[in-house]
Design a protein around this ligand. Sequence first.
Ligand SMILES: [Zn+2]
Length: 319
Amino acid sequence: MKITHKNIQGIIIKIIGALVIAWSLSGCSAEEAREFFDLTPALRTPPADVSAVPVFSSDGSAPTGSLTEEAVIPEVPENAPYDESAFFKTPDISSLADYPKMWTKKYTGEYEKTDKTVYLTFDDGPSENTGVILKILKDNGVKASFFVVPDEGEVCAARLRAIAAEGHTIGIHSYTHNYLTVYADEKAFTDDFAKAYDIVVKAVNQKPWLYRFPGGSVNQYNRGCREEIKEAMDKRGFVYYDWNVDSNDWRGLSVEELCGSVAADASRFNNPIILMHDTDTRENTAKALDRIIKELKRQGFKFAPLTPRTEPIQYGVNW
Ligand SMILES: [Zn+2]
């Protein structure tokens, strides 16, 4: 190639571009890095008519057929060593200015001591793969947890109901899953959360008590407001869960690679909380799931859904 002034300029521009991307991703978590690339083409855009989104009215009254006055108390596990209902505390809801009915009773008792127990968690669903995932979980007698990104459609509602009917835990992930939107400030996060929360409550008639931050609780987008968000959500009784094992399914790994990666990483923990994804494009997650479960069972793991008695993994707090 003949070196000309023009193509030297082109090479310099490419190098600068690569450096900018590398710099942007250097402080990112894995999921964040995925989002960096996904944001433009796969941005979950809100519906055109945002006013059609069911939200709580400004006077706090719930839309008809939605919330009941009493928060549903998370189910006390059958093997609870004592009457734990006494440890579910109602938050001070008088201090909630927005969405005064969006709260849950918070578990304040001891965390369950579990031996070699896996908590599978599926983010970003429900999706076209939810049915397959549910079938595999059922066939293996495994309960898991889903941190959902719901929309208002009937298909989504039916999938949410299927998840709940199978006894899995449903937590809130996001409505837009757009970092720039949800992490604008605490109010923006709460507004986004409320939309997802309302859809879930209407679909399954349960009030979720847990959530997962888009990108994990510590990411470069929520640097300026994460403590305010945590405080605001804690005030409402909600608990967030990060993860200690990333399946890396967002990287587009083969089924073989996924199985190997999860099996190796999970074996390092007594209570692995595994991040996986339930999205239309992650069919390898569903394809690998049966083998992953069987391999983890072979390693001696039991499986459980997240319950209020499950000690959370929280980045920057205990992780
Ligand atoms: Zn996500």
